[in-house]
Design a protein. Structure first.
Length: 251
């Protein structure tokens, strides 16, 4: 098979997943956007967390041109990405019981805030405990996960539960277990993961919905502009000054 055919198969698979999410998650996307808008109106702060490659989707909605200025990254040292050495440490830390409690105790999260938790499998101790403990603090939780993992894998949390079981809104990325879209007879392992593409698009759809919900209420969404367009820095400076008490990535 030619490389171009494999590339086309991947694009088809990714587009198919995007269409499925668009069709089947519409209600949850609307609910998540409304919940974010409610939090902004009520004076709450917004945070996003993801471990490993799930952190890519979290970072994509923080300090982003066209995104909400109020979204902050809840970073856990060692699990944010593959920049840590060894890279396998992040995977190990995701399975450590009690780590989420320590993270939240040291974080600025408080009752009335909102936390987006991204975990493809939703089975590891860290995202499950993060959701459980955040809700106990009075924080609203939006979970982004593949619900299929809950029926095809075993939970790694002592409760036997998954991320999806501890959220106010669950966004199902519909990614198949294993996160690889292609197979080939001459290659032993499946390949070409699509979770980053789909999860990032899903969250950007939620952010767009939240911006529209705020505008519908007569509130100017606190959006950032690109620093590479004329006037962008000045615009962002005004937004960050107005909402400085809810922005933590500048401190």
């Amino acid at each position: 098979m030619s490389d171009s055919k494999l590339a086309g198969q991947f694009f088809d698979a990714a587009i198919g997943l995007l269409r499925q999410v668009q069709d089947e998650d519409a209600g949850e996307i609307e609910a998540a956007g409304s919940l974010i808008a409610d939090t902004v109106v009520d004076g709450g702060r917004l945070f996003a967390f993801g471990a490993g490659h799930s952190s890519l989707a979290a970072q994509d909605i923080v300090y982003r041109a066209g995104g909400l200025a109020l979204m902050n990254l809840l970073a856990v040292p060692g699990v944010v990405g593959v920049d840590v050495m060894p890279a396998t440490l992040g995977s190990a830390l995701e399975r450590v019981d009690g780590l989420a409690s320590a993270v939240l105790d040291c974080s600025p999260l408080r009752s009335g805030d909102l936390l987006v938790i991204i975990s493809l499998s939703g089975r590891n101790a860290l995202p499950v405990e993060m959701a459980m403990n955040a809700r106990a603090l009075g924080v609203k939780v939006i979970g982004v996960t593949s619900v299929a993992y809950a029926t095809e894998t075993t939970s790694r949390h002592v409760s036997g539960t998954y991320l999806k079981d501890h959220c106010d809104v669950v966004l199902d990325s519909r990614i198949p277990v294993g996160d690889a879209e292609l197979t080939l007879d001459s290659i032993e392992a499946p390949f070409a993961p699509a979770s980053t593409v789909v999860t990032s698009a899903l969250l950007q759809a939620v952010m767009a919905t939240a911006a529209g919900a705020l505008a519908d209420r007569g509130i100017e969404p606190p959006l950032l502009r690109s620093g590479n367009v004329d006037g962008g820095h000045e615009w962002n400076g005004r937004v960050m000054t107005e909402y400085g008490d809810r922005i933590f990535y500048r401190r």
